[in-house]
Structures are given as structure tokens and as C-alpha cells.
Ligand binder design. Sequence first.
Ligand code: B12
Length: 306
Amino acid sequence: MTEAGLSQIYSIGEAVAELQRIYPDVTHSSLRFLERDGFVEPERTPGGHRQYRRKDIDRVRMIKDWQAERLTLEEIRERIQRLESMPEPENLWPRFLDLALKGQFQQAAAIILGADEVGMPLVTIFQDVLTPALIEVGRRWATNDLKVGEEHEVTELCRDLISELTMRHMGRVVEGPIVLVAAVETEMHDLGLRMVCGLLRQRGAHVHFLGSNVPTPFLLESVLLRRPDMVLLSVTLEEHRPSLERAIEALRRELPGGVSPVVVIGGQGGVNAGDAFTGPETNVMEPGGLSTAVDEILRYGTRADQ
Ligand code: B12
């Protein structure tokens, strides 16, 4: 995967074009206005050209959303100050997990929803707060420091939070690629995939999410129904690789001519999948940030459109 995502640099024109996909009224001068008032601080090249990063674009997006909720610039400034004085994600997730494991559902949820309300970017909440909490749950489960019931309770809470945040951030304009998403047959892990779907929806992709444990015949049926530009498949356990192989084989051989979505594989058991899975139309996502993965998926989608 190419080095992109959080580190990708946008000129002012590119930043405007990216934002206009969702907020058509964003212009060069509105970005300059936000900069003058200290709301965004793009870096500069030695020649003085503005360089926006994903975090700057996310910040403008957040401000536009708050303006749509009729917040004044002063109220927005206060929210941003609260965001900046919030604990870092690495301090937030242990508090969240602690409350969740004590069964304090409301308080645990309030940490995550509160972080969202003061503007912590969705990708940060998914990647730097919920993911480390889930990984810690897995670690404690493996060392018998956690009851299975506790694991399930935290997992369900995370699933509810991912859904709630996805709905809150869903792009209003759906104009991106059509993406069909599934965890392969027998694979029950789907929270990472739900996060990917949430971020794709935020960016305006047209997502059809089939969930976990999707038998290959139903996957094919959905491809024929939805005619996606891309199919994203997730596999977590190595032992589910045969299901992945069957799904890919079927996508390559059993679809009628003219139906050939780009296939992208991800998840803990899909990486380093080797030659068996790579082909002109199959892409294995290497481990990397969620933001990078989503950028890359949208790039494949653009190529599929052409
Ligand atoms: C929650 C959980 C469960 C839940 C899943 C609920 C659900 N709806 O997802 C339940 C209870 C069902 C479960 C069951 C099992 N689990 Co479990 N589970 C976990 C746990 C704690 C969290 C998983 C998670 O959500 N992680 C966070 C997400 C964000 O990470 P992720 O899935 O890797 O996703 C990221 C990327 O991989 C990427 N991604 C994922 N898919 C895709 C797809 C595409 C296209 C792209 C681009 C990117 C992408 O997106 C995310 C970006 O950060 C993990 C611990 C861990 N370390 O992950 C164990 C873990 C994965 N489980 C494990 C095991 C062993 C099991 C069981 C076999 C236990 C059992 N004996 O019953 C079963 C197997 C069930 C099955 N048939 O699949 C082991 C796997 C060990 C291994 N590698 O072999 C782990 C690692 C726990 C451990 N420490 O041992 N589990």
C-alpha cells in the first residue's frame, strides 16, 4: 500500500475539491478565512504555498457540520478548546475499558460519545480508542484475566458505539464508489470491518454491508444484485483462509462477463496472504492505519469507475 492517508498533502485547490464533494459552498477564500481566525493551520512550503493534511480537512469538515447545527464561530471555538484539552486517546481507552468492564455502560459510552461531541475525529476514535480497548480485551481473554461474558459485553458495547458514530457521521452526499463488504463464511469477527464501513460512508461511498459469516453463494448473489465497483472481504483467523480462497475463486470464475469488481482483502488473517490471492483484480491490504486503508480503497474505486 502506498504511503498516503494521514500524511497525504493537499494543495488549497485539492483541499477545496475534496471538501466540495460534501460541502459545495467551501471555497479558497472560506479556507483562508478559517485560517485567519485560527481554526485551521495548514503548513507552508518554503515557497509559501499552503499544504493541508487530512487532519486539517477533517477539522474543516467538523466546523462545517457544527455550522450546519447553527453553532456560532465562538461556540465552535469553545468546542475546539475543549477538544484540545481532552485526554489523549492513549489515556482515554483505558478509562473506557475500565468502566465497560465494571458494567457501567452509560458512563463508558459517554466517554466515547463525548469525545465525538467535542470533535475528536471519527478515525481517531475508531483506531486509537476503540481498537486498543478491543485488543486489550483479546489479550486479557487469552491470559484468562477476563470472563467470556465480560468480553461479549464490551464487544457489544463497541458494536453499538461504532453504529451510533457511523450514523452520526454518514456523508449526506452519496456519490463515491459502490462497495460491497463482508466477512467471509465462518468468520465472526466484523468490528474492524464495521469501522472501515463507517469511514467509507463518512467519505460518501455507497456501502452495502453484509456482516459476518457470509456464505459464498450469498456473496455472489449480492454482487449480482448490487453490481459493486469493489468487494471488500475480511478474514481474522488463519483457519478461515479456505473460505476466503473459495470466495475469491467464485468471484473470479462464477460471475457473468462484464461483472468484475475489484476485490480487496483485509483483516488480521488476510494480510501477507501471498500470491494465491494476488491477481490483477485482487488487492491485499497490508497493515496500516484505517485512514490509509480508506484512502486506498477510494482510490481503487476511482480506478474502477474509469
Ligand atoms: C471481539 C472479539 C471476538 C468476538 C467478535 C465479535 C464481532 N462481531 O466482531 C467474538 C466473541 C465473536 C470472537 C470469537 C472468537 N475469537 Co475473537 N476476538 C475478539 C477481539 C477481542 C477483538 C476483535 C476486534 O474487533 N479487534 C479490533 C479490530 C478493529 O481489529 P481488526 O479486526 O484487526 O480490524 C482492523 C484491520 O484488520 C482492518 N480490517 C479488518 N477487516 C478488513 C477488511 C478490509 C477489506 C480492510 C481494508 C481492512 C480490514 O480494519 C481494522 C482497522 O484497524 C480479538 C482481539 C484482537 N487482538 O483483535 C479476539 C481475537 C481475534 N479472537 C480470537 C479467537 C481465538 C476467537 C475464537 C476462536 C474464540 C473461541 N474459541 O471461540 C472465536 C472465533 C469465532 C469465529 N468463528 O470467527 C483470537 C485470534 C487469535 C488468532 N489470530 O488465531 C484473538 C486475537 C484473541 C486473542 N488474543 O487470542 N472474538
